[in-house]
Design a protein around this ligand. Structure first.
Ligand SMILES: Cc1ncc(COP(=O)(O)O)c(C=O)c1O
Length: 395
């Protein structure tokens, strides 16, 4: 039976993510539009994003936080280009984005002393292999596989290298062990539901010391430059951006941060995301046709929740038919206005991906579940009726 109740908010995309509950364009009325971002008011807004982010994320006071070009990609690549090459590098990759940072190290920076630890979608590489005399690059949450690092216990407290962490789909949803991390990057468009624009980069005192003592052998474009004459450019960490930001996006980032503070800060944000994961776990336990892509429960993401279809009939289909089936579920739900953008990432195994970050209401997930079951039965019954089209399938 086709369900009748739809989610109030059908936005379950893994980026840009859903706006906070109750958001409207009016939230941006105070934006400093048509004004210079270097004017007193504009700079104050940028500095406010930094200060509110630091407070909400409970960052140590001696860490610096800056707003840098090109979203999370800009922030993490700025870190790789600025810091690596001083010593050996270990990269851990287990899905599309972390694989991109590995390719940066291998093919772009052409690092000689490089070790790559890679695993398939659904698994984490063996993190215990990290050599903490090396710099170590990794994502906290693999957005395209739904596999997250469960904790920071594998990171040496007395490390000599730097822990460089892409945390764009983790911050504001998972506790970050700041004292184990030297560089942490993220973007506005993820957990807090902001407009995509500039990225954020947090630096530990040891990362700053590296920047001030080491000059990489390759050229650095202006948008990657964090130092001048061997000294950190302090202004970047006080709201003076390297290039021009969107003040509309800045206002939206502030709106998300203020909402996070109002609902109870970081513990409340994490709790909302965990509740969303629990709701999906509960539905999956009785759905009977779908499961998590993440093989171990302690590595299951509570933000980018990636699912694979486990039904034996579906599993027996050839890969292209599997992909068609999963895409059909997503397109049926989109056509009904029930869920947008829940297909798995283009490079990931066929399946579904449902965002469970703090801006998603658990009640909307509860409304979505019967629709997922309905779409699955539509796809399966239609496919069973047209067996010859699915060459190689066994029904
Ligand atoms: C883990 C991870 N790293 C990097 C990115 C790229 O982020 P952006 O598009 O904000 O640069 C994403 C985007 O989904 C991501 O999930």
């Amino acid at each position: 039976m086709k369900p009748t109740v739809k989610p109030n908010c059908p936005y379950f995309s893994s980026g840009p993510c859903a706006k906070r509950p109750g958001w409207s364009l009016a939230a941006l009325n105070a934006a400093m539009l048509s004004r210079s971002h270097r004017a007193k008011g504009g700079k104050a807004k940028l500095a406010e994003v930094i200060e509110r982010s630091k407070a909400l994320l409970e960052m140590p006071p001696d860490y610096l936080l800056g707003i840098v070009p090109a979203s999370d990609t800009g922030a993490i690549e700025m870190a790789l280009w600025s810091l690596l090459g001083e010593r050996g590098v270990d990269v851990f990759a287990w899905e599309s984005f972390s694989a991109t940072w590995a390719a940066d190290c291998q093919k772009q920076l052409k690092l000689k002393d490089l070790r790559l630890f890679q695993s398939d979608y659904g698994k984490l590489p063996d993190l215990s292999q990290a050599d903490w005399n090396h710099d170590v690059v990794f994502a906290w949450n693999g957005t395209t596989s739904g596999v997250r690092v469960p904790n920071g216990e594998w990171i040496a407290a007395d490390r000599n290298g730097l822990a460089i962490c892409d945390a764009t789909s983790a911050v504001f949803a998972m506790p970050m062990p700041w004292n184990k991390l030297d560089v942490v990057t993220w973007s506005w468009q993820k957990v807090m539901g902001g407009e995509a624009a500039h990225g954020m980069i947090a630096l530990s005192p040891r990362a700053v010391a590296r920047l001030e003592s080491y000059t990489p052998p390759w050229p650095l474009p202006k948008i990657f430059q964090l130092t001048k004459g061997g000294k950190l450019i302090d202004g970047i960490f006080e709201g003076e951006t390297i290039n021009t930001p969107s003040m509309l996006s800045v206002e939206d980032a502030l709106d998300g941060l203020k909402w996070g503070e109002q609902i109870g800060g970081l513990p409340a944000l994490i709790a909302r995301s965990e509740a969303n994961l629990r709701a999906i776990e509960h539905w999956i336990a009785q759905a009977g046709w779908i499961g998590f892509l993440a093989e171990k429960s302690e590595t299951r993401s509570n933000t980018s929740i990636c699912l694979k279809i486990t039904d034996p009939w579906y599993a027996s289909l050839p890969p292209d038919a599997q992909e068609k089936g999963a895409k059909k579920i997503a397109s049926l739900l989109e056509a009904e206005g029930v869920a947008y953008d829940i297909g798995s990432y283009r490079d990931a195994p066929a399946g579904l991906r449902i965002w469970g970050g703090a801006t998603v209401e658990t009640s909307d997930l509860h409304a979505l579940f019967p629709w997922l079951d309905w779409a699955w039965s539509e796809v399966k019954s239609a496919a069973v009726e047209t067996v010859p089209v699915l060459s190689g399938s066994r029904v």
